[in-house]
Each structure stands twice: as structure tokens, then as C-alpha cells.
Design a protein around this ligand. Structure first.
Ligand code: 3PG
Ligand code: MG
Length: 368
């Protein structure tokens, strides 16, 4: 990777290091429901402490609107971090100041004051050109932390040198959110499996009647084009689990009557997707296959999660909902790489670069 690594920093004994982490953890009130993002930063923190540095960590949490909001206080993170990594200082939520998202030079100046070096380990936020991401490397010797470096190695490797067959599974609600990554994946994958709500816009483009299922009317033509050009590699559902107007749940094909709402892939489709995954030597999965929060519509996501877990190839799960699904279903230990980034992992797959990486590449200590 062409961004500076921890080893490219000057000696850190007695120095203060500003660590941008992504501690944007899911909360239930003030209880952290998944501390993956805090644990994922520990290798970097421990390395810095072993070098004799004082680590001053900072992060955003949620989306406060540029002013202090007690609902987004870093306090829960501070408590967990103190247990996992004693001795780390932690700044208050960066987004309590409008200068963070506005990338205000005055805010950057306050962040770097008294700091000797900067480390970016906030992979999940590396697609944001915010002050704490792109500002400090302009003046401080800087490096990617272990987590950021690993994410870039794994996700970048999917683009450049995947073992084949390479199968990608995309789910989630909206085609428009995933179009960039769909196109990027179609450049490299052998099969692109599409499930979740967005599959219905593709099915509509094939001429199916999709009842009351999720539809992005303005994306139908786009889906039709992709199917025309790449239809041999795009795999769509052929049966669905639907909610009927009278509240019953039924298994139907992909031509749905009015009022029927497809909320999960059907059992036949789940089996077909699993068979394709079983043969893969590389798998990338992002986005649930259905509304898995509701047990009646969780089977498709569960079956696919299990297939990914059992696949003997190299398996990568994108962050956000699919990472949560895999953890909730108990398969996390069987996945080779679970990304800590949702939007960031998709943007890196799509563009091959991120604002946070670009900034590190321009740091004063970056290898020329
Ligand atoms: C995330 O959770 O996706 C990252 O922490 C980025 O958060 P954001 O989408 O609010 O910028
Ligand atoms: Mg495996």
C-alpha cells in the first residue's frame, strides 16, 4: 500500500499521538450493543503505547448537528475504552463542532495543537473528507493504523487479484445506493447475486409483476441496461417470501399479485445462492437478503450467512447491516474479514481510493 505505515513515523517515545478512530458504535441508550469498532482499534493503540507514545483518541459518534448533544456523548465509549486500553485519552465527539464536517482549518489547528504525530485508524469514516480525517496529515507526520491498513489490503485485493470464481452478493433496499458498487463489481466478479429489496427493481426490469414490493421506478431502465449487458453474470431471485394484504406470509414466485409485498428471498432462491457461494474461492457480501429483523423474513439472510460462513474460499463481509446480521446469527468467527466500514467499504470497492487515504499519501513523512 502506498500510504505511510506506523513504521514510517518518527520515534514516538514521550510523544503525543492523535489517533482518529471510528468509535461510532451502535448504542441502546448509553449501552454499547457491539464494541467491534473499539476492539478493532486495539492493535494500533497497543503498538503506539509500546513505542512510548501517549495516545489521544478522537472520533465522531452518531450525527449530532454541529453542537453538543448528550445523546451522542462519548461517555459510553470512554468507559469501554478505559477497560480495553487503559491510559488512552479520548476527546469529546468531533461532530459537536461544525468545524469537523465543514473541514474548517481553525478546527484542524485545534486538533493538532500539542500533537507530534497523527494516526488514522478510522476506516469506517475514511470516505468522509472531514477535518479530523484530511486535516492533520497536512502538517503532522502521519500513518495508517493497523485496522485501516488491513481493510485497504483486503478490500483493495478484491478489486485487483481475487481468486476465482469471485462471487459478490449484494442486498439492501435501494438500487440507487449501490449502483456505483454494482458497476465496479461487474468489472471483476464472475457472478453478482442480487437479493434484498433492490432485487425487485431488477425483477421489474425483466418484466415481472412485483406486487407491492419495494420499487425504484426511476432505476428500472438502469437495471434493464445492466441486465442486457451482464445478464449472464447477474443472478436474481426466482422465488420470494411475501406478506399478503390479510397479514399472512406466503411463498410465491417472482410474479406477485397486487397487494403482495416481497420481504425476503424464497427458499429455492436461498438454496441456489448458497450453491453458488459454496463453489466460490472469493466471496464479498454486503446487504441483507430480506427484512431480517423480523423473524418471518430472516430465513434468506440466515441461509446466505451460513453459506458464506461455510464457504472454504476467502470470505469478506461489508460493514453495517450485513456485519450485524453475521454477528447476530453467530457466524462472525467463520468469516475471514468483517469490515468495520459500511459506506467506506463500498466506496473503496467502487473507486479504489478514499479521501482519508489520499490525505495520508500527502503527509510530510509519506514515502515519495
Ligand atoms: C459509519 O458508521 O458508517 C461511519 O462511522 C461513518 O458515519 P457517518 O455515515 O455518519 O459519516
Ligand atoms: Mg472461509
Amino acid at each position: 500500500m502506498d500510504v505511510p505505515q506506523l513504521e514510517d513515523l518518527p520515534p514516538l517515545q514521550g510523544k503525543r499521538v492523535l489517533l482518529r478512530a471510528d468509535f461510532n458504535v451502535p448504542l441502546d441508550g448509553d449501552r454499547i450493543t457491539d464494541d467491534l469498532r473499539i476492539r478493532a482499534a486495539l492493535p494500533t493503540i497497543q503498538w503506539l503505547q509500546q513505542q512510548g507514545a501517549t495516545v489521544v483518541a478522537c472520533s465522531h459518534l452518531g450525527r449530532p448537528k454541529g453542537e453538543p448533544d448528550p445523546r451522542y456523548s462519548m461517555e459510553p465509549v470512554r468507559r469501554r475504552l478505559a477497560e480495553l486500553a487503559p491510559g488512552v485519552e479520548l476527546l469529546e465527539n468531533l461532530r459537536f463542532d461544525p468545524g469537523e464536517e465543514g473541514n474548517d482549518p481553525a478546527f484542524v489547528a485545534r486538533l493538532v495543537e500539542g500533537m507530534d504525530a497523527y494516526v488514522d485508524d478510522a476506516f469506517g469514516a475514511a470516505h468522509r473528507a472531514h477535518a479530523s480525517i484530511v486535516g492533520p496529515p497536512q502538517t503532522l507526520p502521519s500513518a495508517a493504523g493497523r485496522l485501516l491498513a488491513k481493510e485497504v489490503e483486503v478490500l483493495g485485493g478484491l478489486r485487483s487479484s481475487p481468486k476465482r470464481p469471485f462471487v459478490a452478493i449484494l442486498g439492501g433496499a435501494k438500487v440507487s445506493d449501490k449502483l456505483g458498487v454494482i458497476d465496479a463489481l461487474l468489472d471483476v466478479v464472475d457472478r453478482l447475486i442480487i437479493g434484498g429489496g433492490m432485487a425487485f427493481t431488477f425483477l421489474k426490469a425483466q418484466g415481472h409483476s412485483i406486487g407491492d414490493s419495494l420499487l425504484q421506478e426511476d432505476q428500472v431502465e438502469t437495471c434493464r441496461q445492466r441486465l442486457e449487458e451482464h445478464g449472464d453474470r447477474i443472478v436474481l431471485p426466482h422465488d420470494t417470501t411475501v406478506l399478503l394484504p390479510d397479514g399472512r406470509v406466503a411463498q410465491l414466485g417472482v410474479d406477485l399479485p397486487n397487494g403482495a409485498k416481497g420481504l425476503d428471498i424464497g427458499p429455492g432462491t436461498a438454496a441456489e445462492f448458497s450453491d453458488i457461494v459454496a463453489e466460490a474461492r472469493t466471496v464479498f457480501w454486503n446487504g441483507p437478503m430480506g427484512m431480517f429483523e423480523d423473524e418471518r423474513f430472516a430465513a434468506g439472510t440466515r441461509t446466505v450467512a451460513q453459506a458464506v460462513a461455510e464457504c472454504r474460499g476467502f470470505t469478506v463481509v461489508g460493514g453495517g447491516d450485513s456485519a450485524a446480521a453475521v454477528a447476530q446469527l453467530g457466524f462472525a468467527g467463520d468469516i475471514d474479514h468483517i469490515s468495520t466500514g459500511g459506506g467506506a467499504s463500498l466506496e473503496l470497492l467502487e473507486l479504489g481510493d478514499l479521501p482519508g487515504l489520499e490525505a495520508l499519501r500527502k503527509a510530510p513523512n509519506a514515502p515519495q
